[in-house]
Design a protein around this ligand. Sequence first.
Ligand code: ADP
Ligand code: ADP
Ligand code: MG
Length: 661
Amino acid sequence: MFRKILIANRGEIACRVVRTARRMGIATVAVHSDADRDALHVGMADEAVRIGPAEAAKSYLNIPAIVAAARASGAEAVHPGYGFLSENPDFVEAVEAAGLVFIGPSANAIRAMGLKDAAKALMEKAGVPVVPGYHGERQDDAFLGGEADAIGYPVLIKARAGGGGKGMRRVDRPADFAAALESARREAESAFGDGRVLVEKYMAKPRHIEVQVFGDGHGNVVHLFERDCSLQRRHQKVIEEAPAPGMTAEMRAAMGAAAVRAAAAIGYSGAGTVEFIADVSEGLRQDRFYFMEMNTRLQVEHPVTEAITGLDLVEWQLRVAAGEPLPKRQEELAIDGWAFEARLYAENPARDFLPATGRLSVFDLPDGVRIDSGVRAGDTITPYYDPMIAKVITHGRSRADALAKLEGALERCRVGGLTTNAGFLARLCRLPAFAAGDVDTGLIGRAGEGLLADPGPSEEAFALAALSALGFLDAPAGPDPWDRLRGFRLWGEAAKTVFLDHAGAEHALRVTVPGGERFRIEHDGIATEMRLQPADGRSVRMDVDGHALAASVHRDGAAITVFFGGHSHAFAITGEAGHHGEAAAGGDRLSAPMPGLVRIVKAEPGARVAKGEALVTMEAMKMELVLAAPRDGVVAAVPVAVGDQVAEGALLLSLEPEEAV
Ligand code: ADP
Ligand code: ADP
Ligand code: MG
C-alpha cells in the first residue's frame, strides 16, 4: 500500500479522502489555491501545498503545479476526487510520466468514455442498450433535423463533450429544432470548446438509475448495485438514494450485467458509474433502460452505496490502485437497508437556484447521521468553486425509515449567513410522490412554487428577531442566565421600536415589557406576547399562549438568523427608533450592514441623488438588501463594484459634505 498520497481536489471530497487514508495509515498531502489557504481540507491533511490563485483554471486545474507538488512532497499516488481533473486523460498521463500512480482508471479508459457519442457507439458494440438517437459524425443542421424527425419528438440535443447538464436542450416540435440546436452548440462551444452534439429520443417519463462499478488490474469487474438519482432540477441531482424504488431482482441483475459489460469493454480499473435512463411511462421495465454515459471517477453520491453495502469505496480505490485485487467478489456483495443523500447547497431555490456566497455565521449540522462536508462555521463560500456545503446521508432499515431520518436531519440543519436549499430539501422529503417512491426527473419541475420558496417568518420568529436586535438574547455577561433580562426590567412600560429587514422589506416591531420576563411585540397590528426562558447557548425557550416552544437565535453584527419550527429566517437590523436609517447609513456614508456581495450599484461619483433613492443592492444572508441615500446630495465616491465581496462596515458609497451641495 502507498505510504503517502496527494489529493488533487478541495472541499468535502478532499476531506473524505483524507479520512479513509488516515484510517489506513496513509499520509496525505493537500493542495490549495489562495482562496483556500485556511480551508478545512488543508488543515486536515498532514501536509499542504499552494498550487495557485483562486481561479480553478490556475490552481485546481493546473496540471504542472499539481504534479510538481506531488513530486516535491514525496507522494506516491494522486487521488483526483470528482470534478476538476478527475476525468482528464492528460492529467493521468502527466501523473504517470512523473512516475506516480493515478488513483483511477487508465487515460485510455477515460478517453473511451469522455465523449458521449463515441461512448454510445462503443456501448452499442458491446451489446449494452443505448438511448435511441443519432450519435454519428455528421453535424449539418438539415441532417440533424432529419434525424430528429426520424427519432420522433420530443428529442434531446446533447453536447457530446457535455457534463453538469450543460449544452442540453429538449425540443418538443420540429419548428423549434434549429434555434435549440444553435443555442446548444453555442453553450457547448463556450463550456467545453467543442460544439458537436448528439440527438436523442427524449424519454416520456425518465428515471435516472446508475450502477456503481469497480474493476481491478486483474481483469475482475463487479457492480455494487444501483442508485436512483431521479430527483433533479435542471438535469442536476438533488437527492439520491440506493437502492432504486421498485427495482426487481431481475431488472437489477440485467442492469448490473450491462454495467459490468460496459466497464469490461474498456478494461476498466477503479471506481466508475454507468448512468442509465429508464423509461418508466409503463413502470420499471427490464427492456426499457438505456446507457446514457459513464463517469470514470468516484461519484458525488457514492456514500449511499457505501451505506447499503457497508463498504468504503475510497478504500477500494486505494487498494485497486496499489495493485491489489478487488476486496470482494460479486456473490459476496449484498444490499442492507436503504440510504439517501441530500446535497446541501449555498443557493436560492426561489430565485432559479442562484448560487449564494457569504460567510457561514452559523453552521450546525445534526448528529446521528453521516455528514460529508468541507467547511466549518466562519468559513466563506466564495464564487470560485461549486457551492455545495455538505452532503447529508442517512441509512435505515426501510425506505420509509431512511427518508424519515433524512427529513428530520434536514430540519435540524442550522446554517446562517447565506441562503441555502435546506428548506427546499426538507419540503422535497414531504412530497407525496417522492415518499411513495414514484419518482421521475420531472418531479421537482411539476411540484411548483410552494416547493421552491421558504415560507415567511411566523410572528414568533419576528418577535425573537426583535428581541435579539435589542440585545436581550445576547449571551449573559455573568453566570446567571437572567442577567441578560435584567436591563429589560428597568424599562417598565416603556416601548422601543426596532426596524428589521426581511427579504428586502422593512418591518417595524414595537417591543414592550409588561413585567419580568414577559414581552409584548407588535408588528403590523398583530401583538405577540411571550414569556422567555433563556436556555443553553443560543437556544431560547418561549411560552406563547401556554405553549412552550424552542428556538435558536444567532446574531452576527446587524445580521440575525432565527431557527424556529424547522425553518430558518434571516433578518438585518436597519435601525432603532430615534436612529432609524442612521444605523446603516451614517449621514454622509453608506456602509455594508453585514458581509455580502455587491449586486447592483446605481450611482456614480458626481451624480445628484435624493433622500431614500436606492443606490446599492447587496446580497447577504438570505436576502437582497437595498441601501438608500441617507439624504439629498451629490455622490463623492463609490469604492466598490458589482461582484465585490465586502466585509461588514465596508464603505460602499459616500456623499459630498453638506456645505458643498
Ligand atoms: P455527479 O453525477 O457525480 O454529480 P457531475 O458531472 O454533476 O457528476 O459533477 C460532479 C461534481 O464535479 C459537481 O460538483 C460539479 O460541480 C463538479 N464538476 C463537474 N465538472 C467540473 C469541471 N469541469 N470543473 C470543476 N468541477 C466540475
Ligand atoms: P451530464 O453529462 O450533464 O450528466 P447526462 O447525459 O448524464 O449528462 O444527462 C443528465 C440528465 O439529463 C440525466 O440525469 C437525465 O435527467 C436527463 N436526460 C439525459 N438524457 C435524457 C433523455 N434521452 N431523455 C430524458 N432525459 C434525459
Ligand atoms: Mg450524467
